[in-house]
Design a protein around this ligand. Structure first.
Ligand code: AMP
Ligand code: MG
Length: 347
């Protein structure tokens, strides 16, 4: 069970990191360069990981950190040019950091996921960050395979109720501690947290369904078949990052389906941990497509799980039922199936 000191300390770290990410986005726009796996990465990914890793190492020196980035892209000819701007922005928060300490802070993210560890996606939804869509800083404390604390720093999202008449969304910190509920508060000031609760929608036809903006991140065909089987009327909302979990926790959406694009694809733990505990604490439910709990004790990947169903709880059984009826899980059970590569391809 999480200790009382962790949540307030981690909230301050994520608050600063999400403000930093928003400032970088406004200052540098969408400048990105590609990692060796061809995925985009930006100044913000490295700056946020350096800041969070450094601060956690001071606050909780014994806790491993398992995070998405490592410093190797910054040590290449292409990447070296990014080091100075990253150092520049991070130094505004940590004035005494030099290049070596910045790189080693980033590499603290290579910790091993054991009994108790933090997991960080510095910019979850990098494509959203670049496109001016949604993105979040996602941090969770995992203990014995279960996220106990989850925090999403959302520079571009806030619950509808908190937006009032303001046209400009100034961002939110969405967070939960297990057994203590889920809350939201403004990113930029220290107003009282507001409790978050899932919706009461229990008719699949009326569900507001969410999915990744990037359709190549999912099996769109299977996603559409599930939605059709549930006779959902409204078109799905497309959104990057675990902002989707925040939307569900705030009762502004009802069901999230993540059907892997390839049978062998497994999500990373930092892509699900914070959102999972937040949604559960708001009254929702999170499982894989087979109905199994997500197991965060299997390493950097959710190796034992296949896809994600996240819901307000009321719609969960119906969603799992529809998935089961469609037989869409044969890939998860048998990766060697010769037909699976034909049925689900990279899109
Ligand atoms: P989303 O915003 O729902 O598209 O999810 C964003 C996350 O998807 C990123 O943080 C990546 O870790 C992850 N991702 C990257 N490539 C893929 C892929 N081919 N399939 C599924 N998820 C991916
Ligand atoms: Mg991510």
């Amino acid at each position: 069970m999480a200790r009382p000191r962790e949540l307030p300390a981690a909230l301050e770290v994520v608050r600063d990191a999400a403000i930093l990410a928003g400032e970088i986005r406004r200052a540098t726009g969408s400048e990105a360069f590609l990692k060796s796996d061809r995925s985009p990465v930006t100044v913000a990914d490295f700056a946020v990981q350096a800041l969070v890793a450094h601060r956690l190492s001071v606050e909780f020196p014994d806790d491993p950190l398992v995070a998405e980035e490592d410093s190797s892209p910054l040590r290449t000819a292409d990447g070296r040019g990014f080091l100075a701007p990253i150092l520049d922005v991070v130094r505004r928060w940590q004035p005494r950091l030099d290049a070596d300490r910045l790189l080693s802070a980033i590499d603290r993210g290579a910790g091993s996921p054991g009994g108790r560890f933090w997991t960080l996606d510095p910019i979850d939804g990098t494509e959203g960050f670049i496109r001016d869509g949604q993105y979040v800083v996602a941090l969770a404390l995992v203990e014995q395979g279960r996220p106990e604390i989850g925090i999403l720093g959302c520079p571009r999202w806030a619950p509808l109720a908190a937006r009032g008449d303001a046209a400009r969304v100034t961002g939110a910190l969405v967070f939960a501690g297990r057994g203590r509920g889920a809350f939201s508060m403004p990113l930029a000031d220290s107003a009282e947290p507001t409790p978050l609760h899932v919706s009461a929608v229990d008719t699949p036809a009326s569900a507001r369904v969410l999915r990744s903006f990037e359709s190549r991140h999912i099996d769109l065909d299977m996603f559409n078949r599930i939605v059709e089987a549930l006779a959902v009327k409204a078109p799905p909302a497309l959104m990057d990052s675990q902002a989707k979990h925040a939307v569900l926790a705030a009762g502004e959406g009802d069901l999230l389906l993540r059907v892997p694009a390839r049978p062998d694809f497994r999500d990373t733990i930092w892509d699900q941990a914070a959102g999972t505990v937040i949604l559960e604490e708001a009254g929702g439910r999170v499982t894989d497509l087979r109905g199994a709990a997500l197991d965060f004790s299997a390493g950097r990947l959710l190796s034992g799980n296949y896809g994600v169903v996240a819901s307000n709880g009321h719609l969960h059984a119906a969603a799992l039922d529809a998935i089961g009826r469609l037989g869409g899980l044969r890939h998860a059970h048998d990766d060697r199936s010769p037909e699976s590569g034909d049925v689900i391809g990279e899109r």
